[in-house]
Design a protein around this ligand. Structure first.
Ligand SMILES: Cc1cc2nc3c(=O)[nH]c(=O)nc-3n(C[C@H](O)[C@H](O)[C@H](O)COP(=O)(O)O)c2cc1C
Length: 327
């Protein structure tokens, strides 16, 4: 028996439901010597911005119990260099390329980026990163106007994100929707009280799919120096430590929206990937696991197939949201 692994995300048809998460796989060339990239369902690029960004000062990562903290600060070469230098390599791989984009100071940058990428045939989809915890930006500036005073005083970083407010989320997603027909995926932050409210705003605004979750705010201190281990003070927590939170958020969101969900957060192996699909994810993304085992995504594709064979399930689509739960 050969179970079907194909899955649809908006207009995208993926040969299997396993992608690699933004920021943990560079622009794919970094992994070329380790795995056969053609086997992946899709590749999500590191988030790009209009202009190049140097990111935060090091140290930008540190290990934590069952995970890691990062405060990369969206280091990226900017749109122009991405198109000239990174995209030609990505195009050759032969799997759908999902380009993750973000704004620095003004959400109109999302529209500019989406317009430019919309003209490129090989860009299969656009992922709106409205949930990065690591930039010193006014991500909540909508169309040039700051919605409210958003400083929370923890450090110099303004921690408020677009995806922490359903109205701001709606405004940004719908403005991008109006300029592109490409499949739109919106990436959500777990740093909220009710993620399904934000998810509903994305659906209403025309997002084709949701990606959740981005990292959780976190901190670690070196007791000898009494300094935070990250130069930025705080960062985003990822890895197995966040898996139960991510899983709960996927399940909660699945019950509220009709658009597909790409689940992520601490997926390390087949079993954890299956948990997300059973909770309601149509596809899954591998993030921190790439740093420990560059072949994790490929092993998970094979593992899902074996599980379906063993359980005599014809298609991975039949497994989505099959959680047995009376709540
Ligand atoms: C080092 C690092 C860099 C990341 N950079 C980005 C990024 O540029 N854009 C983005 O949307 N998410 C970024 N993320 C978040 C991941 O894509 C993912 O949502 C998160 O890490 C949770 O999944 P995981 O626990 O499997 O890593 C980054 C995560 C890590 C660990």
């Amino acid at each position: 028996m050969n179970p079907k692994l194909t899955i649809n995300i908006g207009k995208l048809r993926l040969k299997n439901p396993v992608m690699v998460a933004s920021g943990t796989f560079g622009y794919a060339e970094e992994f070329m010597n380790f795995i056969n990239l053609r086997e992946l369902g899709a590749i999500v690029t590191k988030t790009i911005t209009l202009k190049p960004r140097k990111g935060n000062l090091p140290p930008r990562t540190c290990e934590t119990p069952a995970g890691m903290l990062n405060s990369i600060g969206l280091e990226n070469p900017g749109l122009e260099v991405f198109i000239k230098e990174k995209l030609p390599i990505l195009k050759k791989i032969g799997v759908p390329i999902i380009v993750s984009i973000s704004s620095e100071e003004d959400s109109r940058e999302f529209v500019q980026l989406a317009k430019a990428l919309g003209k490129i045939k090989e860009v299969a989809a656009i992922e709106l990163n409205i949930s990065c915890p690591n930039i010193k930006s006014l991500q909540s500036t909508v169309h040039g106007q700051q919605k409210r005073n958003l400083s929370c005083g923890l450090s110099t970083i303004d921690h408020r994100l677009i995806s922490q407010d359903p109205d701001v989320t709606y405004a940004v997603v719908s403005s991008v929707r109006s300029v592109t027909k490409k499949t739109l995926i919106t990436k959500l932050s777990p740093n909220v009280t009710c993620i399904s409210d934000i998810a509903l705003a994305c659906e209403k605004a025309g997002s084709d799919a949701l990606a959740l979750i981005n990292t959780l705010y976190g901190m670690s201190i070196d007791v000898q120096t009494k300094r935070p281990k990250l130069s930025a003070g705080i960062g985003g927590l990822s890895g197995p430590a966040i898996r139960p939170i991510a899983l709960k958020m996927v399940w909660e969101t699945y019950k509220k929206v009709k658009i597909p969900i790409i689940g992520m957060g601490g997926i390390m192996d087949t079993q954890s990937a299956l948990e997300f699909i059973i909770a309601g994810a149509s596809a899954i993304s591998i993030g921190t696991a790439n740093f420990i085992n560059p072949a994790a995504s490929i092993e998970i594709i094979n593992g899902i197939e074996k599980y379906l064979q063993k359980k005599k399930i014809n298609s991975v689509k039949e497994l989505i949201g099959t959680i047995e739960c009376r709540i």
